[in-house]
Structures are given as C-alpha cells and as structure tokens.
Design a protein around this ligand. Structure first.
Ligand SMILES: Nc1ccn([C@@H]2O[C@H](COP(=O)(O)OP(=O)(O)OP(=O)(O)O)[C@@H](O)[C@H]2O)c(=O)n1
Ligand SMILES: C[C@](O)(CO)[C@H](O)COP(=O)(O)O
Length: 229
C-alpha cells in the first residue's frame, strides 16, 4: 500500500484522571496560554491537513468536554474511553470504519507541544511495522532494586524514550492490542502491543520538547514551549 492510498485518522486518548498531577481536574483540562491542554493538542492535529478525522476518547464521567467549543469541529468524533490508556485507544480504533485502509496516528492528549515537522517525519513510515516518535536517551540510566538503590547502569547507546504520536495500520494495531490484552501483556504504548505481536516498529527521532504533561512542574515547561514559534 502506498502512502498516498491510505487514510490517516488520529486517535487521542483523553480519558485519564491525571493522578500524578494532583490538580483539581484531569490535567488535559488545565489551562496554558488561555486554552486547555486538550485544545492545544487538538488544534495541532486539526492544523495538519492530511489527518482526516480525530477520534477523541473521553472518560464516561467527563464534565469538562462540553465547555470546549473545539469539540464541535466536524473532524472530531467523541468516544467513551476505558479503564486503561490501551482500552481508550482500542475504543477509538473500533470507531474506524475501514481499518484495513486506514493508518491510526495515536497521540496523547497530554502532549500539546507536538510539531508538524515531527509529523512529517513519522508519516513517512509506511511498512507493516509502523513507527513511533522517540528520543535517544541522553542521561545515564540506572536500573534500581526495590529500595531505590542502584543495581546497575544500563548501556544507553541503544535506549530510546518513546513519545507519541505512534503510527500503525489500524487493523494490525487492533489485532495486536486484542492479542496483548488476551495474554495479559501490560501495554503502556501502542508499540509494546505491536512488539508483542512480533513487529519491530521504527524509531523516528523526534523533538525533546514534545513533552507529556504528567506532574505539576511540567506545566511551566509546556507553557514555555507553546509560547515559542
Ligand atoms: N484510562 C485512560 C488513562 C489515560 N488516558 C490518556 O492517556 C494519555 C497518557 O496517559 P497518562 O499521562 O498516564 O495520563 P493519566 O492516566 O491521566 O495520568 P496518571 O497516570 O498520572 O493518572 C493521557 O492523555 C490520558 O488522558 C486515557 O485516555 N485513558
Ligand atoms: C504512550 C506514552 O506517552 C509513551 O511514552 C507513555 O507510555 C504513556 O504513559 P502513561 O503512564 O500512560 O502516561
């Protein structure tokens, strides 16, 4: 299948509670430059023309989404998320009408600083393995024992930190997520399900400012990054 013949649909998991943020609301609804984190993320995807549709997975009890005018955009479809991030992604993928001909671009709602230059690089991937944005490890990495004592230092020359978006043929990803769940395999990103299914996704070097807003100290950094051209 050539890159030109495939449809591209974004799936945005946004059904988390943001427990590590310890805020008064889920972190995707915290404000940066007068807009919610989710609005920033959605706008980055809406502004990238070859993304045909955005399937947004939200929590069943989400009481904030209705306050965001952006969700009225014709390209955005809401779906109920699940217990885990992988469940939310799976629910979004199930809304794709033609998964054989569609590639899913899965991107965390909590990563609002995504740049189109990284999407250009990631969307060049079009083989069965798919690919993810990632950054090579730049710090020394330690493996710990139970009481946070150093067990050993890892060889970081082949270690990368996975980001999102992660980009896969939707039918293959649906099958991989189903297979991993049935086997009780813990899936923290889409690539780990694809790996479990025997694929070796490409690592596409991305920008280190594509941060995931996780803890309170990440907000100021995200605000700084969003303020830059
Ligand atoms: N059941 C879940 C859990 C997470 N997510 C989404 O997956 C992304 C990455 O997850 P994470 O950063 O862990 O978000 P939370 O689960 O909300 O954070 P925490 O683990 O601190 O509770 C977020 O956009 C989050 O909204 C989701 O759609 N469904
Ligand atoms: C998908 C991800 O952002 C890749 O690094 C990460 O695995 C999400 O982890 P989280 O604990 O659900 O934030």
């Amino acid at each position: 299948m050539t890159a030109l013949s495939r449809n591209i649909i974004a799936v945005v998991p946004a059904a988390g509670v943001g427990s590590r943020m310890q805020a008064d609301r889920p972190k995707q609804y915290l404000m940066l430059h007068g807009k919610t984190v989710l609005e920033h993320t959605l706008q980055r995807l809406l502004d990238y023309p070859i993304i045909e549709k955005i399937i947004l997975a939200i929590a069943p009890n989400d009481r904030f989404i209705g306050q965001l005018p952006i969700i009225k955009h014709p390209k955005i479809q809401l779906v109920q998320g699940g217990e885990t991030r992988a469940d939310s992604v799976f629910a979004g993928l199930c809304c794709i009408e033609n998964p054989e001909q569609t590639w899913a671009l899965v991107h965390d709602a909590a990563r609002p600083c995504l740049r189109h230059e990284d999407l250009d690089k990631l969307l060049a991937v079009d083989d069965e393995h798919g690919g993810i944005l990632a950054i090579p490890a730049v710090d020394t990495i330690k493996r710990a024992v139970d009481f946070q004592r150093i067990l050993c230092t890892e060889d970081r020359s082949q270690l990368w930190l996975a980001l999102t978006p992660q980009f896969f043929n939707a039918r293959r990803l649906l099958g991989a997520l189903k297979q991993a769940k049935e086997a009780g395999w813990v899936v923290t990103d889409e690539a780990s399900a694809m790996e479990f299914a025997g694929f070796q996704p490409h690592l596409v070097a991305g920008r280190s400012d594509n941060i995931k807003i996780t803890r309170s100290e990440d907000l100021a950094l995200a605000e700084f990054y969003l303020g830059r051209r």
